[in-house]
Structures are given as structure tokens and as C-alpha cells.
Design a protein around this ligand. Structure first.
Ligand code: MG
Ligand code: MG
Length: 279
């Protein structure tokens, strides 16, 4: 029932992709709600409660909760926290913070996984630029997901874009992944490297593309909670992620409300079809 190619990468049927899209939209709508909700004085735990309710109200299940013992619906990583921050109510968000929210949901057995970094109130222009560079690097990586290109082209495009924008750090030990009937499936997807390596993309493959970009060094460490990844130099970090399907008509961004159409039509022109299944 679940087909894999010779490299062990899960290949979804058109019907299965529609289910992935439904799960992806739950995540996309949840993140949109969080984007509209965040403000100084809220805590990451407040955002976690909003996310859990939004996901469950759609009949879906938060996939992070209980994943390897993770206690919450979202990962909430503030400022120098890169990824995997545990939402708490210890420190309310302050004007000038940036917060990365990573969110996953399961609907009808299929997974969606997406992340955004948001400004809390007014932030330093350097942080606005960091978020822009990270999000655009994600889109450049997504645009590589066309039939016939290679797995390593994602990381190549991500890194090439980030390097063209200034001296940023790209943590090498974290990256994207295949996604489908599990959140984390083969293969792992680097955010750096050479082009033209690894399996070629085929219709029905799905990947989470998720660059992390640091304002300073690429070096990170994990806090004593065994989850939270922080930059070694304490400088801020950003993280954006979408779950994306490879189709004959181009990349279909399952966790984007418009299927990726707006941004990809600028990057890819004619090749940026999204099957018309947009919101
Ligand atoms: Mg994620
Ligand atoms: Mg992911």
C-alpha cells in the first residue's frame, strides 16, 4: 500500500498526495493563526495552547506531542534558540524578540510539518533581514524540487542563496527530511553541499525543506533539557520550513495556503504548477 522507490523513498499516489495536502493545510492554517496571535507579553506556552486547539479542532493530532518524549504541540525557539525549544511560561515574549515556531500534525495517517520565524513587535532590521534570507533560502531549496533534479540540489540552492546574502552561519548538523506516513522519513536533506548528488526527484516524493540560518557562527549546542538547540555565540537564528510534494507539474507546497503558487511562479515561471489545488 505504501510504495517505495529503489532508494527507499516513499512514493505517494495522487490520492495519497491529496491526503498529505489536507494534513499540510491544517499545519499551514495553524501557523497563520499563530502569526496573527503573537504579541509581546504572551508566552510560548500560550502559543502552544492555541496551536493544539487549532489542530484538534480540525480533527487532526499534534505530531510533536510525545515524539521521542517531546512534551508539546509546537517547538518554540526564541532568539539564540535555533530549533526544538520547549514552550514554557517562564519568560513572556518581549518586543524585539524573534520566535521560531515549528508545528506538525497528523490527519488521516498523513503528516504535515512546517515552521516560521516571526518578529515580536518591532525588531532590529538585522533580524528582519535574517528572517527574509532564511525564508527565501527555503523557497530556493523548494524550487529545486523538480522531476529529474537531485536530492543534494536542495542544500546546494539553500547554501548558495544564503552565502550570496552575507556572512551567516548555516548549522550543518540539522536539516530536512522525507515525510509521509511518518514525520521523519528517509532521506535526510542537508542545507548545504554540492549539486547533482543523490537520488533524482520523482513524482510522488515528499520532503520537508527547512533551512536554519544564524546571524553569527554556524556552531550550535544542545541545552541540558536535551532538546533546545542554541547558537554557541548567543546570536539569533531563524528557521523556515515547508512540506513539499514533487509532481509532474512542479513543486506543490503542501503546507502553504496557496500551494506555493505565488512565490514559485516568480522563481520557476511555467514550471510552478500547484495542481490548482490551492486555497
Ligand atoms: Mg518541523
Ligand atoms: Mg521537519
Amino acid at each position: 500500500m505504501f510504495k517505495k522507490n529503489k532508494h527507499g523513498i516513499q512514493i505517494k499516489s495522487a490520492e495519497q498526495l491529496d491526503k498529505m495536502r489536507a494534513a499540510g493545510l491544517v499545519v499551514g492554517r495553524t501557523l497563520q493563526l499563530l502569526r496573527e496571535s503573537v504579541r509581546p507579553g504572551m508566552t510560548p506556552l500560550d502559543l502552544d495552547a492555541i496551536a493544539e486547539k487549532a489542530i484538534r479542532d480540525e480533527g487532526a493530532v499534534p505530531s510533536f506531542k510525545g515524539y521521542q518524549g517531546f512534551p508539546a504541540t509546537i517547538c518554540a525557539s526564541v532568539n539564540e534558540e535555533v530549533v526544538h525549544g520547549i514552550p514554557s511560561d517562564r519568560r513572556p515574549l518581549r518586543e524585539g524578540d524573534v520566535i521560531s515556531i515549528d508545528c506538525g500534525a497528523i490527519l488521516d495517517g498523513w503528516h504535515g510539518d512546517s515552521a516560521i520565524t516571526m518578529a515580536v513587535g518591532e525588531v532590529d532590521p538585522k533580524l528582519t533581514e535574517l528572517m527574509r534570507v532564511t525564508e527565501e533560502a527555503m523557497w530556493r531549496g523548494i524550487a529545486a524540487l523538480t522531476v529529474g533534479r537531485h536530492l543534494s540540489d536542495i542544500g546546494y540552492e539553500v547554501e548558495r542563496y544564503v552565502r550570496s546574502q552575507g556572512r551567516y552561519g548555516i548549522p550543518q548538523e540539522y536539516g530536512g527530511h522525507g515525510i509521509g506516513t511518518e514525520m521523519h522519513m528517509d532521506p535526510w536533506v542537508a542545507n548545504h553541499g554540492k549539486p547533482g548528488r543523490g537520488p533524482r526527484f520523482e513524482p510522488g516524493m515528499c520532503f520537508a525543506v527547512e533551512p536554519m540560518v544564524n546571524l553569527g557562527t554556524d556552531r550550535t549546542r544542545v541545552l541540558s533539557d536535551d532538546w533546545t538547540v542554541v547558537t554557541i555565540d548567543g546570536k539569533p537564528s531563524a528557521h523556515f520550513e515547508h512540506s513539499v510534494a514533487v509532481t509532474d507539474n512542479g513543486p506543490w507546497v503542501l503546507t502553504a495556503l496557496d500551494g506555493g503558487k505565488a512565490r514559485l511562479s516568480e522563481l520557476l515561471g511555467e514550471k510552478a504548477a500547484t495542481d490548482g489545488k490551492t486555497e
